[in-house]
Design a binder for this molecule. Structure first.
Ligand code: ADP
Ligand code: MG
Length: 344
């Protein structure tokens, strides 16, 4: 079901992206590639005239990163880390960088982003699809196995307590998109847009110099909430509308957990879109600010630079930060939504 749902979202995203320009205007020639990796659909549109081998390289790089960071592939580095049972593990430079960045973001977000949450995620069944509400005993047992303060990384030697496990699901796709963007640029790409699931990266602007039009999906209605006109940046969206289950108690449980309680976060935000220069920051923040909730997300924005936000509240109002004020156009059916402009 998860896969079918993701195909739907991906196709919708593609339709919306391709449907952005008026039918009378011919799109400039582009080279396209779609693939599936890192548990998500990936699509590239490259407008610069470069050989197709550039896309082969990008695809190979994603496959290589997946082989490092997959939690489920038995050969991956993360799998090895997660089954080390307390023994120190020598990790690659890329994984050490991703871990260091994730730990730094945990500190900055007061623990809202926590890449050690995996044992708890497993207890809820999010990792297997066999969803269940864990008992309080099981939850507190699993919570003992979490905490970024218990992760010890000295150079490239990683040590954790037996039973602790890492999951980079909240940051890896954004991190990967930065690496892929660097490779594409090094190979001469100056105009392109690609997406790794909910993480979009625009390299430069459209060939005519105009902005890319990036559709933000309405979390529940599955249509477009509106378009962001942007160049040369990353965009990441998080919410619990994609992966959740309804418990026996009739309540909805989403895949983003509150690391303080180990329970699926019930946020007053339905979706968080983060725009910035760095995909890794956008991805980390889209998850963390969902956990923080509306008031705290706005406060975080005022205290930090390097990104802009588009939030949709549970009450159905849009919160747009000042840097996006002139970049967002609500879709026709959402033009009546109240838009709050947040200033730094
Ligand atoms: P997605 O990867 O589904 O697009 P996110 O970037 O928001 O969305 O990442 C959500 C994933 O991160 C979850 O599926 C889970 O693997 C992991 N996760 C859940 N809660 C947290 C958290 N508080 N901190 C870090 N990772 C989390
Ligand atoms: Mg994220």
């Amino acid at each position: 079901m998860k896969t079918a749902k993701r195909i739907g979202i991906w196709l919708l995203g593609m339709l919306l992206l391709s449907g952005c320009s008026s039918p009378s205007v011919r799109e400039p020639e582009s080279m396209n590639r779609n693939c599936f990796a890192m548990d998500t659909y990936i699509s590239f549109t490259i407008y610069t005239d470069v050989p197709e081998s550039v896309l082969d390289m990008a695809e190979a790089e994603i496959t290589e990163l997946e082989s490092l960071w997959s939690v489920t592939n038995e050969g991956s580095e993360v799998y090895q880390i997660n089954h080390a049972e307390g023994e120190p593990v020598a990790i690659s430079e890329k994984t050490a960088e991703l871990l260091n960045f994730s730990l730094e973001m945990s500190g900055q977000t007061d623990g809202a982003l926590d890449v050690t949450i995996y044992p708890v995620l497993t207890a809820w069944g999010f990792t297997t699809g066999s969803y269940q509400i864990p008992s309080d005993e099981l939850l507190s047992e699993k919570m003992q196995l979490t905490g970024t303060d218990k992760v010890c990384l000295l150079g490239n030697i990683l040590s954790m307590q037996p039973g602790m496990q890492l999951d980079f699901g909240a940051v890896a796709k954004g991190y990967a998109s930065d690496l892929i963007a660097d490779s594409l640029k090094q190979n001469g790409v100056t105009s392109a847009i690609f997406s790794l699931g909910g993480n979009i990266c625009a390299i430069g602007s459209k060939p005519d110099g105009g902005d890319f039009k990036i559709s933000v999906q309405h979390p529940w209605n599955r249509d477009s909430l509106g378009l962001l006109s942007l160049s040369d940046c990353s965009v990441s969206t998080s919410g619990t509308y994609e992966r959740y289950f309804i418990g026996e108690d009739g309540q909805k449980y989403g895949h983003i957990l509150d690391p303080k309680t180990g329970r699926p976060m019930i946020s007053d935000i339905t979706s968080v879109t983060v725009v910035g220069k760095e995909g890794k920051l956008c991805d980390a923040l889209s998850t963390a600010l969902f956990v923080k909730g509306l008031e705290s997300a706005v406060q975080y924005y005022r205290e930090h630079d390097g990104f802009e936000l588009l939030l949709l509240s549970e009450e159905g109002e849009i919160y747009l930060t000042e840097g996006l004020e002139n970049c967002f156009t609500a879709a026709k059916s959402y033009q009546d939504l109240y838009v709050h402009i947040i200033r730094r």
